[in-house]
Design a protein around this ligand. Structure first.
Ligand code: ADP
Length: 289
């Protein structure tokens, strides 16, 4: 396995992953092997995702403008805002599905940048659940969950099966293990997608509007699954319009508009005393539905 040492960067001052690290420990990282580096990162780093002055353009259009965001271990962050404001683009940058062009992003202490050799290393630590479940249609639910640990992490089959069953149990559909995705409802398929991500035992789960393609009666079961994950301490960044979920689960709500973070706060403050005019408008529109 390639070493990720060259992809680990110590940012300067501020709230970045190694901000509180003793200098001599940080300096010692370059000669360590990957496992050691990861465990040192865990010990030193509170920040799981760190974005500083991140900008992204699609051609001439600037989709992200100087974004600064830190997500700490165990934190539940909800990102909301009008369609086209850059929410998806931002979280897709966190696992390099999109590349930012300026600023810095580090995930679990590993810096994402253009010359990065080891995007797969970062993706092992970042689970992502999207609007569309993207399950492999020709594989059973169980195999869908076993595939990534076996193929990407080299987990032996018996252990991968155990993991898959554990997480199918956790999303409360172990009885569906031997079915194919097409035999499941949308809500069940989304829960399989969540279980599949959990099987990689990621440091952070990214949710990109996970309920927006679901029939209304299936939204609750997926939100319930996400809520239970949050209660168990999973670090989560969720793009969602489900404000009930945001109120009950989020530590912090972030409001984006036109590629910028306009406002952020604890859900209580955010919903009852929005500061910015655009946030007030958005809150009044979304909460009146
Ligand atoms: P949101 O998730 O808030 O709805 P997105 O992050 O999907 O917003 O999109 C932000 C902006 O970037 C939108 O104006 C969108 O049209 C544009 N955009 C997103 N993806 C692409 C792309 N692949 N190519 C060009 N423009 C894009």
């Amino acid at each position: 396995m390639n070493s990720t040492n060259t992809d680990i960067k110590i940012f300067g001052s501020g709230r970045l992953p190694f901000a509180n690290a003793p200098r001599k420990l940080v300096g010692a990282l370059s000669n360590r092997d990957e496992n050691e580096v990861n465990s040192v990162n865990d010990a030193l780093s509170e920040a799981i995702v760190e974005a500083r002055n991140v900008s992204k353009w699609y051609g001439g259009f600037q989709a992200l403008k100087e974004i600064n965001l830190t997500v700490r271990r165990g934190e539940r962050v909800v990102i909301c805002g009008p369609s086209g404001s850059g929410k998806s683009t931002l979280i897709r940058c966190f696992n390099r599905l999109e590349a930012h062009q300026s600023g810095d992003i580090a995930v679990t202490g590993i810096r994402l940048h253009n010359k990065m050799r080891n995007v797969a290393e970062v993706r092992k630590n970042v689970g992502m659940v999207c609007q569309h479940f993207n399950l492999f249609p020709h594989m059973t639910v169980l195999m869908n969950c076993m595939a990534a640990p076996m193929w990407i992490k080299g987990v032996p089959e018996a252990k991968a099966r155990k993991l898959a069953l554990k997480f199918l149990e956790r999303v409360r559909i172990p009885e569906q293990a031997n079915k194919y995705p097409i035999q499941l409802s949308g809500g069940q398929q989304q829960r399989v997608a969540i279980a599949r991500s959990l099987c990689m035992e990621p440091a952070v789960m990214l949710f990109d509007e996970p309920t927006s393609a679901l029939d209304p009666e299936m939204v609750a079961e997926v939100l319930e699954t996400m809520t239970s994950l949050a209660r168990e301490g999973m670090t989560m960044v969720c793009v969602t319009h489900e404000m009930g979920f945001a109120r009950s689960v989020a530590d912090r709500v972030i409001f984006m508009d036109a590629g910028q973070i306009v406002e952020e706060g604890a859900p209580g403050d955010f919903f009852t005393h929005p500061q910015h005019e655009r946030t007030k408008l958005f809150s009044s529109q979304i909460l009146s539905h």
